[in-house]
Unconditional design. Structure first.
Length: 333
């Protein structure tokens, strides 16, 4: 049975972009892959400048909304990366077998380093830590979006290099399990939905808050008047219909748009209904967790213990393989 591992940055409460693009898939995978391991990667979140108080709040917001979205501690392991220090230990080990050139070639490093005056070495090492995250649990399937493919290639190279260098078949070669939903566009229709661009709908927002954001959201720019036929295939609202409504509704929405039977407001109201249906139970669970925050802490403590148990086992085997195992008088001979 495949072992699943995935990680998400502690960016605070989830929005519908990261819910549809990643977390909904994580929730579904719990049914087919009991014991899937999901991690809030807070050590990855400190490679740029940040405010510690904000990071603390965002770690909390992410953990809470993952549970609200349906990550179930009875089926999956949910934990905070920094609760398992073995991630950093394996990461150091991997730096010793990773060619510098491979790291400098990573697209994400090139993009991010171009924007700062002084480049923290941690930014370069980011994908090494990511490889360590995955291989620490000897995971072979990693549910991610397309933007992570290059990082996973590096994880496979690292696994292969380690095995070859030490003559073992210890680490598997982790493969991406691509999220079925394509990347979700922001409400402005210009760019990927992302917190830093302010074009999101929060997963925990109320029906009214959602409507206030849907109402002015961009649709097909060529549809100026209600009588103009629309093009669902270029409309970001239609993309959300596909995520939140059933096939019959989606087919009807497309037909109403093309024939100008409905205006964009009519269409958005139908979207709102679909969203409310899926998001209401999530918001309720989140309210329960707000009332009883100990539930979140307990889930993380539990997940952290399970993850750490696996991680310590791996590290002790890795140390043994590398000649870093415990020294005994007998073995010294
Ligand atoms: N780099 C990933 C992202 O930005 C997050 C991440 C860190 C991750 N470690 C991981 C994803 C391990 C999958 C597996 O989305």
């Amino acid at each position: 049975m495949a072992r699943i591992f995935s990680g998400i940055q502690p960016s605070g409460e989830l929005h519908i972009g990261n819910y549809l693009g990643a977390v909904k898939n994580w929730v579904q995978l719990q049914a087919t892959h009991p014991g899937a391991i999901y991690c809030v990667v807070d050590y990855h979140a400190i490679t740029g400048s940040y405010d510690p108080a904000v990071l603390r709040a965002r770690r909390w917001g992410m953990a809470k909304s993952l549970l609200a979205a349906g990550i179930d501690p009875a089926k999956a392991v949910l934990f905070m990366q920094s609760d398992v220090p073995e991630h950093t230990e394996l990461s150091w080990i991997f730096t010793t077998i990773t060619p510098l050139g491979d790291l400098e070639r990573q697209t994400q490093f090139k993009d991010k380093s171009a924007k700062v005056e002084s480049i923290p070495a941690g930014l370069l090492m980011y994908p090494v830590l990511q490889s360590a995250d995955i291989l620490l649990y000897r995971a072979d399937s990693v549910p991610v979006g397309e933007d992570q493919i290059q990082h996973l290639e590096l994880a496979r190279d690292t696994s292969r290099k380690f095995n070859l260098k030490f003559g073992v078949e210890y680490f598997p070669e982790p493969k991406p399990l691509l999220t079925p939903t394509r990347r979700i566009m922001g409400l402005d229709g210009n760019a990927k939905m992302s917190k830093s661009l302010g074009n999101t709908i929060g997963l925990l927002e109320t029906d009214d808050e959602i409507w206030q954001k849907l109402r002015p959201a961009m649709t097909d720019p060529q549809r100026v008047r209600k009588s103009d036929p629309g093009r669902p295939e270029v409309c970001n609202i239609f993309q959300l219909h596909k995520a939140f409504n059933d096939e019959t509704t989606v087919t009807n929405v497309a037909a109403q748009c093309r024939t100008a039977g409905w205006g964009c407001m009519d269409c958005k109201k139908v979207l709102l209904e679909g969203m409310v249906q899926e998001l209401t139970p999530i918001r309720r669970r989140s309210e329960d967790l707000d009332a009883e925050p100990q539930q979140v802490l307990d889930a993380l403590a539990d997940g952290g213990r399970t993850a750490r148990g696996i991680a310590q086992q791996t590290i002790s085997e890795v140390r043994e393989i590398m000649g870093l195992g415990a020294m005994t008088a007998a073995a010294l001979g």
